[in-house]
Design a protein around this ligand. Structure first.
Ligand SMILES: Nc1ncnc2c1ncn2[C@@H]1O[C@H](COP(=O)(O)OP(=O)(O)OP(=O)(O)O)[C@@H](O)[C@H]1O
Ligand SMILES: [Mg+2]
Length: 241
């Protein structure tokens, strides 16, 4: 008998992030259903990156519940959270500047069985033909868009079940944002669960079915993307209308 897939990909409850003694995330609650793409929108300094770093246990962050597909990962360190199935694409991409595209991807896939690495690499090149063309190029000479694609592909090499993305559109020209978001759309259709953090609220709400609004470290709104897109207060604050 097949074990049923748990309903919730991610449950975060009571997450606090502080730097020294200064709290920047105040006991927030965020849930991603399995197969759902959820956005967290918020302006500069709202605490979006801190929230993701707290979930990934990259900062000391007390939390009441932190569950991945029904299992508590609250006590795990970052690398074990990765093992448990979360892939994290950090703000600013964090590539190794001196490595080639090919080497960077192999780092992402280092925990896959050797026999599966080639298959996964091929899947990434099929998804990002640009990376195939440039597989011998060192990452620091890639364009911003290519770097973002590589950062996503490197994370996907580990075959995560839940993807956390921090501002994938940052610093990219609109046509390149289209490309990156086109890929995210494909992943969403494939049923990958996602938590996407963005200042670019319009893009995030168009991709995701549901969203949270984070303001000064607190979730102040939560709703379907359609509801938020149609809300005059959200339009004024986040959609530039
Ligand atoms: N390492 C750190 N030490 C001290 N304070 C920090 C640190 N990192 C972030 N902060 C502060 O925490 C608050 C939230 O920052 P964070 O980077 O999480 O916001 P953000 O929503 O991701 O912003 P942006 O959209 O600019 O990326 C800010 O006031 C920031 O100055
Ligand atoms: Mg940030």
């Amino acid at each position: 008998m097949k074990t049923p897939v748990p309903q919730q990909a991610l449950v975060v409850e009571g997450l606090e992030v502080r730097y020294d003694t200064v709290p920047v995330v105040h006991g927030i609650r965020v849930v991603v259903q399995t197969g759902e793409a959820v956005a967290v929108i918020g302006s500069n300094g709202a605490g979006k990156t801190s929230m993701l770093r707290g979930i990934m246990r990259l900062v000391t962050a007390p939390v009441q519940r932190l569950e991945l597909f029904g299992q508590s990962v609250r006590a795990l360190r970052t690398h074990l959270i990765n093992h448990a199935g979360i892939g994290y694409v950090p703000e600013g991409r964090e590539l190794f500047p001196g490595l080639t595209v090919h080497e960077e991807l192999l780092i992402g896939g280092r925990r896959l069985p050797r026999s599966e690495r080639g298959v996964q690499l091929e899947a990434m090149f099929a998804m990002f033909p640009r990376l195939r063309e440039r597989h011998r190029q060192v990452t620091r000479t890639l364009s911003g868009g290519e770097q973002q694609m590589l950062a996503i592909a490197r994370t996907l090499m580990a075959r995560p079940r839940l993807l956390l993305l921090d501002e994938p559109s940052l610093g990219l020209a609109p046509v390149i944002q289209d490309l990156v978001y086109g890929t995210l759309e494909t992943l969403r259709h494939q049923g990958l669960s996602m938590l996407l953090v963005e200042q670019n609220a319009f893009r995030a709400l168009k991709l995701c079915s549901r969203a949270y609004v984070l303001e000064l470290g607190r979730i102040t709104r939560e709703g379907s993307s359609d509801e938020l897109l149609g809300d005059p207060a959200i339009q004024t604050a986040y959609l530039g209308r």
